[in-house]
Design a protein around this ligand. Structure first.
Ligand code: SF4
Length: 173
């Protein structure tokens, strides 16, 4: 979808001037297209008006942009600017709790727990590593603990299912 999107709107100016209904059709396949189209247009305008058409790298400026939360801001910081940043999505939160790296449910608190426990030079890649683990072995339902290379260290081995919240009592000690 992005290939066609960026071909059609090949500048921030074009995105900022886009008609919302038309942009909604262009991004329809991604779901939540109404809110996304609204935010994309508002974000393009904000980048032009407040940042001279450049994407900022500091967390405050990024999260002040329409539609940009802490997760997206950290993706941009890590992947665009190479600034050590921990991205917490549903896989990362669940596995962090199962491994006892966090006892928190709030993604921002999980982010700070991981920053405390994981060396800074692993912050950017830990997200991709945990997502890969979450999609292959440490799935939300019925994780394959017997095949998991972390089974000897993991406090949730054989007990995990769901978001990891039930493992909080025993994990992280
Ligand atoms: S041992 Fe099980 S719960 Fe622990 S990380 Fe591996 S798959 Fe997940």
């Amino acid at each position: 979808m992005t290939r066609d999107l960026f071909r059609k709107y090949d500048s921030l100016e074009k995105l900022a001037a886009a008609r919302q209904e038309e942009l909604e059709r262009d991004i329809f396949s991604t779901g939540f297209y109404h809110h996304k189209a609204k935010n994309i247009i508002a974000c393009a305008k904000a980048l032009l008006e407040r940042h001279g058409g450049e994407v900022p790298s500091d967390i405050e400026s990024l999260t002040a942009l329409p539609g940009v939360g802490r997760k997206t801001a950290n993706v941009v910081r890590g992947n665009v600017y190479g600034i050590p940043s921990v991205v917490v999505d549903t896989h990362v939160g669940r596995i962090a709790r199962r491994l006892g790296l966090s006892t928190n449910d709030d993604p921002v608190k999980v982010e700070f727990d991981l920053m405390e426990k994981i060396p800074e030079d692993h912050w950017i890649l830990i997200n991709l590593d945990l997502i890969a683990l979450g999609r292959s072995l440490c799935r939300s339902q019925r994780p394959d603990c017997e095949a998991c290379f972390l089974k000897e260290e993991c406090p949730s081995r054989g007990k995990a299912s769901g978001s990891g919240k039930k493992q909080l009592a025993g994990a992280g000690k």
